[in-house]
Design a protein around this ligand. Structure first.
Ligand SMILES: [Zn+2]
Length: 246
């Protein structure tokens, strides 16, 4: 055996023998866990901004038409995470808002496991994209860019081995630059709340944006006034949520 080959083999053996020892020395449950970070997903009106796929490594594949914020990053408690809705600044009937958000929740739960819990109306909660406060929040307010329809912030452990990744909080803001309502109402052009909520709730569950060719998916990154097609999950959305929560 050549000397260089011997050194290589010895090095390989050392790696194989030493690595499990190092891994075993870490406290159980904290192997490579963390840090806790956030991902901010911005939902633009169609035609604005360049593709803004966020999350994971590499580009989403067009033929799959779904992506994850990070592979394996999902809710793990299985009890259903409660969330608070503040319709104060929406200009809408509170029941309309709650019904639209819950419809979005139900659409994902038809295919995923028990991701979301009960909703609660709370006029005191506000969207805060900077702080992890353990309250999942739905809020309305003016966002400083008119081309933005809504923003979702998802907190979690997105690095480390996929099996250790986890989502721990989500918050979303609907930009009141737009008039919100029911897109099927023929009298006024509005941003359909259920349509956009279903998209944002996909982020809350761990879904990212698909390739920009996948225009029919609920998780497609752009929307227009009166659009309602995101209310129902498309084939890519369904494949994605089923794979994430299997
Ligand atoms: Zn989005």
């Amino acid at each position: 055996m050549k000397k260089t080959t011997m050194i290589f083999v010895a090095g390989l053996l050392a790696l194989v023998l030493v690595f499990p020892v190092l891994a075993a020395e870490r406290p159980k449950g904290l192997e490579n866990k963390g840090p806790l970070t956030k991902m901010t997903l911005i939902h633009y009106k169609r035609g604005y901004a360049k593709p803004d796929w966020v999350g994971g490594k590499g580009k989403p594949k067009e033929e799959k038409c779904y992506s994850f914020l990070a592979k394996g990053a999902k809710w793990k408690s299985q009890i259903g995470e409660p969330y608070k809705i503040n319709p104060l600044r929406s200009g809408l009937n509170y029941n309309f808002v709650r019904t639209a958000i819950e419809a979005g929740v139900n659409e994902w739960e038809n295919y995923g496991t028990n991701i979301f819990g009960a909703s609660e109306i709370d006029e005191d909660v506000t969207y805060d994209g900077e702080t992890w406060d353990e309250i999942n929040t739905v809020d309305f307010g003016l966002y400083p860019n008119d081309n933005v329809i809504a923003v979702a912030t998802v907190w979690g452990y997105f690095s480390g081995p996929p099996s250790t990744r986890e989502i721990v909080e989500w918050d979303m803001l609907f930009n009141t630059h737009w008039s919100w309502g029911n897109g099927n109402d023929s009298e006024n052009s509005v941003m359909d709340l259920q349509n956009i909520a279903t998209h944002e709730l996909g982020h809350s569950a761990g879904m990212g944006h698909p390739d920009n060719a996948c225009t029919e998916e609920t998780m497609y990154a752009y929307s227009v006034l009166d659009e309602t097609k995101k209310r129902d999950l498309n084939t890519g959305d369904i494949k994605g949520i089923v794979e994430l929560y299997k």
